[in-house]
Design a protein around this ligand. Structure first.
Ligand SMILES: Nc1ncnc2c1ncn2[C@@H]1O[C@H](COP(=O)(O)OP(=O)(O)O)[C@@H](O)[C@H]1O
Ligand SMILES: N[C@@H](CCC(=O)OP(=O)(O)O)C(=O)O
Length: 381
């Protein structure tokens, strides 16, 4: 990519519609870690200007836990999950009330969308989330998305909103993703170290081998730069150009100024569902295949049938995500399973016709339909 391509991407991002904007806790909090209304209002001003220019916007906002601290008299951000959930329960209402008022002052209506990873991996829920977001945008509403912290358990948590924002971007086929943090760009080393230099352009995330990507230094954010680079990798692999900068530079970024770090798209658009399955799901179990079934699933892209499964591991329900592994334990695919872990063992190694004759036509169904199966490029253990 040339410098001209970088500028072209900046122009595309500045005109993106829909644009997904993610703002982190560190950009919405004051020195004591509590919600900073002035910072929130400045962000809303910028987004309202983007809307006034005719572009639609989805805001993915962290800050529920921070916003819950003052009403609950918590001196610092809680570290245990139940207290975080309680703070988020109180704070999400405060946060949304602040956004509702700030956007209303600029003539805009907001809609709250709370998502869990589970919500967006099951087929019905995934389609539902997309339909809701699309309808909100069609009605001129600004969706304000956050993780549903109060019900998300440790196992199924996104934990940080960077990945959630990238998944929302590809879910709605966004034309751009803007990640706003307390740091103005990705640096080639810890930004607190003198001598670290801004990385203005990343043609592909694989090119970041020499960059020291660290955790959060802010005390309120969760993932640090690691989750932002992961989010950029997810979004760009779905064809969505991504720009990372600070909330205070958001307006400059949306004027295509030379700020922050631009990540170029690495693939075409339209792989939405497969990316959700690959990145958003927490597998609940494993299915061990024989070699013939591995070849059928990975090379011939067939649905997975009981005949090719040797063993079932873990406890899962119909519709859950499971890893599909080869005889030596390497993960070759991930999919949504059509049976639960109690009924599946009795079916293994048997033909579907025979099962249907014996148990009824319902048992002719695949264990994982190929539309619900994503073949992973690298084998993971
Ligand atoms: N190479 C790097 N370039 C930029 N920032 C980095 C880097 N490594 C670690 N960081 C840290 O990542 C932080 C941003 O992440 P985080 O605190 O989770 O923010 P947010 O709340 O916006 O999600 C920065 O404040 C910075 O300290
Ligand atoms: N859902 C949580 C966000 C967790 C979090 O801190 O995320 P981030 O600041 O984006 O790294 C909240 O609203 O507080």
């Amino acid at each position: 990519m040339t410098a001209e391509d970088e500028q072209g991407l900046r122009q595309r991002l500045a005109a993106a519609s829909p644009l997904v904007v993610k703002v982190g806790s560190s950009s919405l909090t004051d020195a004591r870690g509590r919600l900073d209304l002035a910072a929130l209002t400045a962000l809303v001003d910028t987004l309202a200007a983007h809307r006034a220019a005719g572009h639609s916007v989805v805001l993915v906002s962290s800050g529920a836990i921070a916003a819950g601290m003052a009403p609950l008299d918590l001196p610092r951000r809680p570290s245990d999950l139940p207290t975080q959930q309680a703070a988020a329960s109180v704070g999400q209402g405060v946060l949304l009330a602040a956004y509702t008022a700030a956007f209303a002052a600029r003539g805009l209506v907001v809609g709250q969308v709370l998502l869990t990873a589970d919500d967006v991996t099951r087929r019905g829920h995934y389609l539902n989330a997309r339909r809701t977001l699309e309808r909100l945008l069609a009605m001129g509403v600004v969706p304000v998305v956050n993780e549903n912290d109060t019900v998300a358990t440790q196992e199924i948590r996104f934990g940080d909103n960077d990945r959630l924002a990238a998944l929302v971007a590809q879910l709605i086929d966004a034309h751009g993703l803007l990640l706003l943090s307390d740091v103005d760009a990705l640096y080639d080393g810890p930004p607190s170290l003198p001598g670290s230099v801004r990385v203005p352009f990343v043609p592909t995330v694989d090119a970041l081998q020499d960059v020291r990507i660290g955790g959060s230094e802010s005390g309120v954010g969760t993932g640090g730069m690691v989750t932002k680079v992961e989010a950029a990798a997810i979004a760009t692999s779905a064809g969505v150009p991504t720009l990372l900068t600070s909330a205070t530079q958001a307006r400059a970024a949306l004027s295509a100024a030379d700020v922050g770090t631009v990540f170029a798209p690495t693939r075409g658009r339209g792989r939405a569902r497969r990316i959700w399955l690959e990145h958003a799901t927490a597998p609940q179990g494993r299915l061990v295949l024989d070699d013939g079934a591995v070849a059928a699933v990975t090379e011939r892209r067939k649905s997975l049938l009981p005949a090719g499964i040797r063993a079932v591991e873990g406890t899962f329900s119909t519709g859950d995500a499971v890893d599909v592994v080869d005889p030596s334990g390497g993960v070759v695919a991930r999919g949504l399973v059509n049976y639960d872990s109690r009924e599946l063992p009795a079916l293994l190694g048997r033909g579907t016709k025979e099962l249907a004759r014996e148990l009824g036509p319902a048992y002719e169904r695949e264990v994982i339909h190929r539309d619900d199966l994503v073949v992973l490029s690298r084998r993971r253990r």
